[in-house]
Design a protein around this ligand. Structure first.
Ligand SMILES: Nc1ncnc2c1ncn2[C@@H]1O[C@H](COP(=O)(O)OP(=O)(O)OP(=O)(O)O)[C@@H](O)[C@H]1O
Ligand SMILES: CC(=O)N[C@H]1[C@@H]2OC[C@@H](O2)[C@@H](O)[C@@H]1O[C@H](C)C(=O)O
Length: 398
């Protein structure tokens, strides 16, 4: 037997695995690296976070990804090059993190790599049926495995698509196994570039867990401050706080059919981008607003896409608690807008469930890898409208 397959076989039989989860989101801020100890599988899963770091990307990296990110026309040579380049960079970042933590690569069982989403094209976006739902994450797993010497699972979303899904959100799988509560109905809200939630009905409920994207999280605010001020984000909503919400623009932003569509659904910056903003400004005659007013309106838009979605699912429910993760939790105006629209619900940071809100998604991919190696598709069959599959491709280091 190939000794690497034998090693994998042993890893699958261990009671506990040390797995590095990686997440690189649409904000292009950096690579989240979470070193997790994951025990058992399925409902018995335990997760302990040993270490976490976000290694920031440099300007050159961001420029390269922005050349192709969410764009329909691109230079294929850049796409091809980035697939290998991102794999190499992520591998080097892992080695750097392990050195910093004094952990030997031989003491890590697996890496679970999300990669970098460069295009997300469900049929609901393209409106075409000649191609199936599709989504593309780059940063090849073979490079990561080779550079680190660690067995690597990557490209998790393809199996979801193959089995009839849109390739996202995958959060429901981990959220359901780790965070379902006995006594309360939960929304685990993640506000990254795009906002999404996992709805977790309390144990014993006749309702089923599911996850859906909601609309823009930070992405439109980020794109707008980058265009106007060359900034990566509206830090602490400093700019938006100086502006006023324009109701005509807000109404125009809220008119896309995506927001009214049934759950679950997925989206990305392929829809929610500056062209979308320009079009909304044009139809609402608001092209001469100040950047501050536009940003205040985009902030409110992100909040309303989130709270309308939550209201829709929770209207007949009592004892509803919302736990927020992702970078949006650090935007005070966004959080204020969300709380004001949901006065009867408790809205808290994900940290009150015992996990740092910035690390949740990286841990999720570690958990997905654990299920693929040591779990079973039957563990996730209770999630509504999402295929019961194990995800990720396996790369051997040698
Ligand atoms: N202090 C802050 N003030 C305002 N916004 C913030 C702050 N900190 C983080 N953010 C927002 O959060 C974003 C990063 O969030 P996160 O890391 O969850 O996104 P992501 O992983 O790229 O998203 P996704 O996984 O959805 O693609 C930043 O780009 C910024 O918009
Ligand atoms: C295609 C893609 O990369 N989607 C991301 C993105 O970021 C948030 C939202 O859009 C979500 O659908 C998904 O990520 C999370 C981790 C998920 O799959 O649950």
């Amino acid at each position: 037997m190939n000794p690497q397959i034998e090693k994998l076989y042993h890893i699958a039989q261990q009671k506990e695995r040390r797995i590095i989860g990686l997440m690189s989101g649409t904000s292009l801020d950096g690579l989240d690296i979470a070193l997790c100890r994951i025990g058992n599988s399925g409902q018995e899963t335990t997760l302990f976070l040993e270490n976490f770091i976000t290694i920031p990307y440099n300007t050159i990296f961001r420029q390269h990804v922005r050349e192709i990110f969410a764009k329909r026309q691109i230079d294929q040579q850049v796409l091809c090059g980035l697939h290998a380049y991102i794999g190499k960079i992520h591998g080097a970042f892992i080695n750097q993190a392990l050195k910093q933590w004094n952990v030997l690569p031989s003491d890590v069982d697996l890496i679970a790599s999300h990669g970098q989403t460069v295009y997300h094209a469900p049929q609901r976006l393209t409106g075409q049926t000649n191609f199936p739902n599709s989504t593309l994450q780059i940063g090849d797993g073979d490079h990561i495995a080779h550079i680190t010497g660690i067995l690597t699972l990557s490209d998790f979303r393809q199996k979801h698509v193959a089995a009839g899904g849109e390739g996202a959100p995958l959060a429901a799988y981990g959220d359901h196994l780790l965070f379902t509560a006995e006594t309360e109905n939960r929304f685990l809200l993640n506000i990254g570039g795009i906002s999404n939630f996992t709805f977790l009905p309390k144990q014993g409920s006749s309702l089923k867990a599911y996850a859906t994207d909601l609309g823009p999280g930070n992405t439109m605010m980020n794109q707008f401050v980058f265009e106007q001020f060359g900034l990566e984000m509206d830090q602490n909503a400093q700019i938006a706080k100086k502006g006023m919400v324009n109701t005509a623009l807000l109404k125009a932003l809220l008119t896309t059919s995506f927001l009214g569509a049934e759950f679950p659904k997925t989206t990305g910056p392929e829809l929610f981008n500056l062209a979308y903003l320009k079009n909304a400004q044009s139809v609402s005659n608001t092209s001469s607003l100040t950047p501050e007013d536009i940003l205040a309106t985009l902030n409110k838009f992100a909040a309303q896409a989130i709270t309308d979605g939550i209201k829709r699912t929770s209207k007949d429910l009592e004892n509803v608690h919302i736990y927020v993760s992702g970078g949006g939790v650090h935007n005070p105006l966004l959080m204020k807008n969300i709380r004001e629209a949901l006065p009867s619900m408790s809205v808290s940071s994900f940290s009150s469930l015992g996990l740092n809100p910035d690390v949740k998604e990286a841990c999720l991919f570690a958990l997905l890898a654990n299920e693929t190696i040591a779990g079973s598709p039957s563990h996730v069959q209770q999630i509504n409208d999402s295929p019961a599959v194990c995800m990720g491709k396996i790369s051997l280091p040698y």
